[in-house]
Ligand binder design. Structure first.
Ligand code: F6R
Length: 249
């Protein structure tokens, strides 16, 4: 695991965007695995700026997102479809039939999950998977206890995750109770993984991840110890409880 330090969220975002741009420059048809939430917002902003200034071409890029709430239509403003549209897709030229998210309103969510894993396989696998981390160590919506070999599946969200995400909704009651997430098995099949963490609320999770010596399903992010190509970019606040020394890019 490569640990990269950043002075603050801005620098974390810039470094992450640079890694994504470097990939697109060497592989214009890259398959990007994308995440939502507060953490990657700045990264998407840097990519949008770069597109405006430098015209980086995304015509051949394809994207697959980590997760989506069950029951929310793509046009629902709280859906991750809507998040991706407003934070990233509208600013770059990825043809709309080349971005994929789990279908939260499929007739059979379970069938939709299987189809999503088949889709990722058909695309040739994810070249770079972007991840945030939950305070409890979740990645995607894989909460503690999730088996590490799971494919895309339906999850019941924990109260703590619903609480944490309530800020995007009017109230906690409006946060869906279920979501669809790439499983940890799916995430680990990505060729490279880039995990971002910013702010003091992530300090405990980052300290635990960086001191982990063996994968443990009670702490989902520790599954990343099984992956040969993981980069963690954490800002000073997120690194504040970690003993590990971070390098720079
Ligand atoms: C988002 C996702 C989640 C978030 C995590 C951190 O697609 O899968 O695992 O990365 O909950 O969320 P933020 O970035 O809002 O702190």
């Amino acid at each position: 695991m490569k640990i990269v330090s950043a002075a603050n969220k801005e620098e974390m975002s810039r470094k992450a965007a640079q890694i994504i741009l470097d990939l697109i420059h060497v592989k214009p048809s890259a398959i990007l695995g994308l995440a939502t939430g507060s953490t990657p917002e700045g990264t998407y902003r840097f990519l949008a700026d770069d597109r405006r200034k430098n015209g980086t071409d995304y015509q051949k890029v394809r994207t697959v997102n980590l997760d989506e709430y069950a029951g929310l239509k793509p046009e629902d403003p709280n859906s991750y479809h809507a998040y991706m549209e407003s934070h990233f897709f509208r600013y770059v030229n990825i043809p709309s039939n080349q971005h994929f998210l789990p279908n939260g309103t499929a007739d059979s969510l379970d069938e939709g999950c299987k189809a999503y894993d088949r889709l990722i396989e058909r695309l040739g696998g994810v070249d770079l998977q972007l991840l945030g981390i939950g305070r409890n160590g979740h990645i995607g919506f894989n909460e503690p206890g999730t088996p590490f070999d799971a494919g895309t599946h339906v999850v019941k969200l924990t109260e703590s995750t619903r609480q944490a995400n309530a800020r995007f909704f009017g109230s906690i009651q409006e946060v869906p109770e279920k979501a669809i997430t790439m499983g940890i098995g799916t995430i680990l099949r990505s060729k490279a993984i880039l995990l971002l963490a910013s702010g003091p609320s992530k300090a405990e999770a980052i300290a635990k991840l960086l001191s982990a010596t063996a994968p443990d399903t009670d702490f989902p992010a520790s599954a990343l110890l099984r992956h040969p190509n993981v980069t963690v970019i954490a800002d000073t606040d997120a690194m504040s409880l970690a003993n590990t020394k971070a390098g720079s890019l």
